[in-house]
Write a protein that binds this ligand. Structure first.
Ligand code: FES
Length: 147
């Protein structure tokens, strides 16, 4: 049911933990399953120099957040904004259809952290205009939506 990549990131998640001096923190949840994901970012000159996550949720959510942190660490804010849940699923070499919403949580958590950064610094970030971190991620849980 799960790919080796998913199992590997689930059993050995990367960048897990709390960041005390984060420049931005984003948290999202899924009302249906009750899972919660929090992302901490350290941002220097528009580059995400460090990232940590805490996920209280299923194995797919843990694997998705771990993979998402690897995909955007060292990248620019703009590049992080372009990270879709589909890219996370591809990097994990697939998730079962009923688990796609778990990867959506990772995309949303990063956007929520970037929104927090935008609020703290007053910096405009393209693509966040319509983003609502409190909106239930479950409604967007289809890969096709992200094309
Ligand atoms: Fe809810 Fe995976 S079952 S995030």
């Amino acid at each position: 049911m799960y790919t080796e990549k998913v199992m590997e990131h689930f059993t050995h998640p990367r960048n897990v933990g709390v960041m005390e001096d984060a420049d931005a923190v984003g948290e999202v949840g899924n009302a249906k399953c009750g899972d919660i994901m929090r992302m901490y970012l350290k941002i220097d000159d528009d580059i995400i120099t460090d990232i940590k996550f805490q996920t209280y949720g299923c194995g797919s959510a843990i694997a998705s957040s771990s993979m998402a942190t690897e995909l955007i660490k060292g990248k620019s804010i703009d590049e992080a904004m372009k990270l879709t849940n589909k890219a996370v699923v591809e990097a994990l070499e697939g998730l079962p259809p009923v688990k796609i919403h778990c990867s959506v949580l990772a995309e949303q958590a990063i956007k929520a952290a970037l929104l927090d950064y935008s609020k703290r610094t007053g910096k405009h970030i393209d693509g966040l205009e319509d983003f609502d971190p409190n909106e239930d991620a479950h409604d967007h849980g289809h890969e096709e939506d992200e094309d």
